[in-house]
Design a protein. Structure first.
Length: 300
């Protein structure tokens, strides 16, 4: 056998070996893909939409909801809330998206579902809470930072040019005047009225009854049930069982969570803590005050 023939045989041997390995890898990858595909679980699937930590933006929650909406095998959704609330506008966006959903929905409150968390919960036709869940806190909060005295101490000055006297209202670089306060109070009152309206509509309550508890107070899950803000007492498993019965699912439903990819390892390891830090940094760094449906109690 010539050297050329021996070399060609060796080359073909390598091609066959590596081709076989590639084929095995491809089949293995395909099996993993099929195994992880939601469709393999059949029809008795329920999506779990998690709303955790301070509500800074609605983007991720809306993407998760869309993920469930686009899959026919997902028959219902459990909205699991463990949040003190946050951005008023983001809470409203999530509320409206859940109301528009064509899937059967149940809301399960975790440790906390206060303020914006409660606002979102009211979009669901059925709300479960633990007896010790912290909820309520119907109201609006806005905090204005002032650093003008620090600027003076550091001999720093900000030159501001305006087109109107209210253009820099809420700026941390000047005093918060009585006129500023009156303007903010009208804004807060309007956003507050929107909150009361949403609770009255979502819970099918008289507006006067909502106003009795709409002074920012927090409630336990048991107190919230007595006030009409919660339908039943029970945890996640109880809410899941109720949804399975409503969907005529025999036995526990197969829970499906949306696929997510953490931006960084830090986000993955400190998901809740990082969310809280981001919310505070965003609020502190904002040149003007934010208007939030947020419970500002211990731990938040």
């Amino acid at each position: 056998m010539s050297k050329a023939q021996s070399s060609n045989r060796g080359l073909w041997t390598l091609l066959i070996v590596f081709g076989g390995l590639f084929g095995i890898f491809f089949v293995f990858a395909a099996l993993i893909f099929v195994a992880m595909s939601p469709e393999r679980f059949g029809d008795n699937q329920v999506g779990v939409l998690e709303i955790n930590g301070p509500i800074v933006t609605s983007d991720q929650v809306l993407r998760d909801l869309r993920y469930f909406e686009e899959r026919k095998e997902i028959k219902g959704i459990i909205v699991r809330i463990d949040s003190p609330g946050g951005s008023a506008a983001a809470s409203q966006e999530i509320y409206e998206a859940i109301k528009r959903s064509e899937k059967k929905i149940v809301v399960s409150m975790g440790n906390t579902a206060a303020s914006g968390g409660l606002y979102i919960a009211c979009a669901g036709p059925k709300i479960f809470a633990n007896p010790g869940t912290i909820t309520g806190s119907i109201g609006v909060i806005s905090q204005v930072f002032e650093v003008d005295e620090v600027m003076d101490y550091l001999l720093l000055k900000v030159n501001t040019i305006l087109t109107g006297e209210y253009k820099d209202t809420g700026s941390p670089f000047r005093d918060f005047s009585d006129k500023d306060r009156k303007l903010y109070e009208t804004i807060l009152l309007d956003i507050y009225e929107q909150f009361v309206d949403a609770v009255a509509e979502g819970r099918q309550m008289e507006r006067a009854d909502v106003l009795k508890i709409a002074d920012g107070r927090i409630l336990t899950g048991r107190q919230a049930k007595e006030a009409g803000l919660v339908d039943e007492l029970g945890g996640f498993e109880v809410a899941s069982a109720w949804l399975a019965t409503a969907l005529d699912i025999d036995g526990p439903p197969k829970l499906v969570y949306p696929k997510r990819q953490a931006d960084t390892l830090m986000d993955l390891l400190l998901d809740k803590g990082m969310s809280a830090i981001k919310a505070e940094v965003r609020s502190a760094a904002s040149p003007t005050a934010t208007f939030e449906y947020r419970y500002a109690g211990p731990g938040f």
